[in-house]
Design a protein around this ligand. Structure first.
Ligand code: GLC
Length: 425
């Protein structure tokens, strides 16, 4: 069987009737940004089903506009923390009380551009929901002019060492309700976050429930508050794509002006996460103002968002060139020279398919064709070597955590379909 056929099979096996799970066992529900990437992959062979993935995600939208990170359409006893642990959340379908990186607008725009007249009509159906979600980020999660996060899981980069800054500054709730982890049952514990980290993750969840999931209070009063280059750059790019779609749909001037204001706000905030000492975009603790000090796989998303100065971009390429000489497979999630780099522990080192997708796209768009090619080709090579894993050891190319993974299959399909990114060497 060809890899392309295997990728299609993975997506259909992970289909749970209108929505797609990331992988069987470890992740039995619908995840937010996973579904967006899944739609990108399915669109290469079934546009109707791709739009279905998007509308099923939107079905979970809260009245305040948030689209949650996980939608629990059932209660799987094998997953923790499931719906009961999140408490009285506010969506029409049980869900988590936090969101995930808003890549949806960018992917919807691509589907619309590649699609037919009917796809343009479908865009009209989903535009308002996405617009309300972006408004939610700008209203409920913005502090000092920049989008922030209240929980490492909201960034999609669950246990990246960047979060230690915010986690170290908080304490575990003395009344934290007891629990049993399930993630370690499915995969090797060495891949997964530590116990102390887990206690803190659940402390934040307990806090959210204690304020009745009032998202502004969670942002202002919660125990954890950090700015994240992933959320910042993904949202800024998505705002630009939303703006283009608003024009395409002939949306009222007030809507376009609002999106323009979000974009201006985002551009102005880019310097807030520029760590001058390191010469890279990093996460930053918003309580103390302290920067994290490692180059991650979202540092180069400045290209994807088309934001930052020529000097910032030059230094970012310098870091990538240095790292490219140290790993067989770009782009590791954490700097291989950092003391807390671990080649197979989740966001502490492995390369992640969806991050390579966004990074390669941004580099290609901004004319860095050689680096774009390296990032794209390395992901393709590692899939050819090991298969469709959740993430990969950047030194050996071995697969890590979950296998038969939806977004890995989806990125493969998208690149096979487009053959090559425009601008890749
Ligand atoms: C992990 C990843 C997150 C992803 C989820 C489902 O929690 O860190 O980004 O959305 O798995 O694949």
């Amino acid at each position: 069987m060809t890899l392309t056929q295997s990728a299609i099979d993975i997506l259909s096996r992970n289909d749970r009737g209108g929505f797609t799970i990331p992988t069987k066992g470890l992740y039995p529900y619908q995840w937010n940004w996973d579904s967006a990437f899944v739609a990108l992959g399915i669109a290469t062979y079934d546009m109707d089903r791709a739009w279905g993935e998007i509308t099923s995600l939107i079905e979970g939208q809260w009245p305040d506009g948030m689209i949650p990170s996980i939608i629990f359409r059932s209660d799987d006893p094998d997953y923790f923390p499931g719906p009961s642990r999140w408490g009285k959340t506010k969506g029409p379908i049980p869900s988590t009380g936090i969101s995930q990186p808003p890549v949806l607008a960018t992917i919807v725009r691509k589907l619309t551009e590649d699609g037919s007249v009917q796809d343009k009509a479908r865009l009209a159906d989903v535009f308002d929901a996405i617009y309300r979600w972006h408004a939610w980020w700008h209203d409920a999660r913005t502090v000092d002019g920049i989008v922030t996060t209240v929980h490492p899981w909201e960034t999609g980069r669950d246990n990246c060492p960047e979060w230690n800054l915010g986690l170290d500054a908080m304490t575990v709730a003395p009344d934290l309700a007891p629990y049993t982890r399930r993630d370690n049952k499915h995969v090797d514990a060495s891949f997964r976050p530590s116990q102390e980290q887990y206690d803190k993750y659940l402390t934040i969840v307990q806090f959210g429930d204690s304020v009745d999931w009032d998202q502004r209070r969670l942002t202002d009063e919660g125990p954890f508050l950090m700015a994240d280059p992933n959320l910042h750059f993904v949202l800024l790019r998505a705002d630009k794509d939303l703006r283009a779609m608003a024009a395409e749909l002939g949306k009222p001037q007030a809507v376009r002006d609002q999106i323009d204001a979000w974009i201006a706000k985002g551009e102005a905030a880019t310097d807030t996460i520029w760590n001058d000492e390191l010469g890279a975009f990093t996460a930053r603790d918003m309580h103390s103002g302290t920067f994290c000090n490692g180059f991650s796989n979202c540092s180069p998303l400045c290209f994807y968002a088309d934001s930052g100065s020529a000097e910032q971009w030059g230094k970012t390429i310098d870091h990538m060139t240095r790292i490219a000489a140290q790993v067989d497979y770009m782009l590791p999630s954490w700097d291989p020279e950092a003391p807390d780099f671990e080649a197979q522990r989740y966001w502490c080192g492995p390369l992640w398919p969806q991050m390579n997708y966004m990074t390669a796209l941004g580099l290609a768009e901004q004319g860095h064709s050689d680096m774009a090619a390296r990032v794209q080709n390395d992901l393709c090579r590692v899939i050819e070597k090991s298969g469709f894993w959740e993430c990969f050891n950047p030194l050996t190319g071995e697969g890590c955590v979950g296998n038969n993974f939806s977004w890995t299959a989806a990125v493969w399909l998208s690149w096979q379909h487009d053959k090559k990114l425009e601008g890749v060497a």
